[in-house]
Design a protein around this ligand. Structure first.
Ligand SMILES: *[C@@H]1O[C@H](CO)[C@@H](O)[C@H](O)[C@H]1NC(C)=O
Ligand SMILES: *[C@@H]1O[C@H](CO)[C@@H](O)[C@H](O)[C@H]1NC(C)=O
Ligand SMILES: *[C@@H]1O[C@H](CO)[C@@H](O)[C@H](O)[C@H]1NC(C)=O
Ligand SMILES: *[C@@H]1O[C@H](CO)[C@@H](O)[C@H](O)[C@H]1NC(C)=O
Ligand SMILES: *[C@@H]1O[C@H](CO)[C@@H](O)[C@H](O)[C@H]1NC(C)=O
Ligand SMILES: *[C@@H]1O[C@H](CO)[C@@H](O)[C@H](O)[C@H]1NC(C)=O
Length: 263
């Protein structure tokens, strides 16, 4: 792992610019890892997207589904991050997070998949397509395990118990012909378009990010849409409801768009 990281940074150094880095997006599952956690009604699931400035171009999405590992037919929590109203330049890396209710002990399997858009040029034809990468991770829930602390996810030199993550490299962009209003489209690096993440445990969550995740969890809890809304929520949190409704509208639009593009 160290060697890989070293190679990467020395390459960046050798070429004098961050050209290598700026043409590669990396998507990783930051939490949970392949470890044992205590029961938690609001256990965070955190993904990171490094070099998020490529977001508008690659239009990534991330979905996951948790299943009972002893019986994969038993579906648990799932989510689909579509990033429709995301400001990709706000944070680097970009963190995508949700909270899942894990109150039963057991070993679980998380299936997660990321997808991204690019243009495939063959001859004089350009096609807008989506590709995806799927990964699996197991984790265990046990009542007497230590509580989750996102700040403890320091990069470990000895072990990196996580799924490999994905790196997506582009070499250039082109105009999206049939959809001029969509701007430009990525052309994949012809030599190494898709690979594993260079250092899947390399992302840490700093104090302010952990605080942001916690605040956001609080805001979602206090949404008037939540039937189990705690009593100590302040009234101004009602604004959260408007955001939620708009999101659902956009979701429907996205599904229609995706249908058109993939047709
Ligand atoms: C995104 O966030 C950056 C930094 O916070 C801000 O300067 C920029 O105006 C935002 N862009 C949009 C489209 O909201
Ligand atoms: C989590 O699940 C348990 C068991 O199904 C349920 O009793 C509890 O209310 C749930 N908690 C939340 C916050 O949804
Ligand atoms: C997982 O499936 C096994 C086998 O069906 C079952 O015994 C166990 O209770 C399930 N665990 C959870 C957390 O649902
Ligand atoms: C581009 O399309 C061609 C023809 O359909 C296919 O053979 C090729 O694998 C595609 N390239 C990529 C990077 O998806
Ligand atoms: C995670 O850990 C368990 C037990 O330590 C192991 O069986 C499993 O193969 C590991 N790997 C992944 C990717 O979940
Ligand atoms: C990127 O595409 C443009 C327009 O097709 C082309 O002129 C340019 O040479 C390409 N750049 C690279 C590095 O391939």
């Amino acid at each position: 792992m160290h060697f890989l990281v070293w190679t990467f940074w020395s390459l960046v150094g050798l070429f004098g610019t961050t050209a290598q880095a700026s043409s590669m997006m990396q998507i990783d599952l930051v939490f949970p890892r392949n470890e044992t956690y205590t029961t938690d009604e609001r256990m965070p699931v955190v993904f990171s997207i490094r070099n998020a400035q490529l977001g508008p171009l690659l239009q990534p999405s991330i979905e996951y589904k948790v299943r009972n590992r002893s019986d994969l037919g038993q579906d648990g929590p799932s989510n689909n991050h579509l990033f429709l109203n995301t400001n990709w330049t706000d944070h680097e890396p970009y963190f995508a997070y949700t909270f899942i209710n894990m109150t039963a002990e057991g070993t679980f399997q998380m299936f997660w998949a990321s997808s991204w858009a690019f243009c495939n040029q063959t001859g004089d034809r350009t096609k807008l397509v989506r590709d995806h990468a799927a990964e699996l991770l197991s984790f265990t829930i046990k009542k007497d395990a230590p509580a989750t602390n996102l700040l403890d996810l320091t990069p470990s030199v000895h072990s990196c118990n996580t799924s490999p993550g994905v790196s997506i490299s582009i070499s250039n962009t082109t105009a999206v012909q049939p959809f001029p209003n969509r701007g430009s489209c990525a052309l994949m690096d012809p030599f190494n378009p898709v690979g594993v993440s260079l250092d899947p445990c390399g992302v840490t969550i700093d104090k302010s990010t952990a605080q942001r995740i916690q605040d956001d969890q609080r805001e979602r809890l206090c949404s008037v849409l939540n039937p189990n809304r705690p009593a100590d929520c302040t009234e101004k949190k009602n604004a959260a409801q408007l955001g939620g409704t708009a999101g659902i509208g956009c979701l429907a639009v996205f599904v229609v768009m995706a249908g058109l593009l993939l047709a």
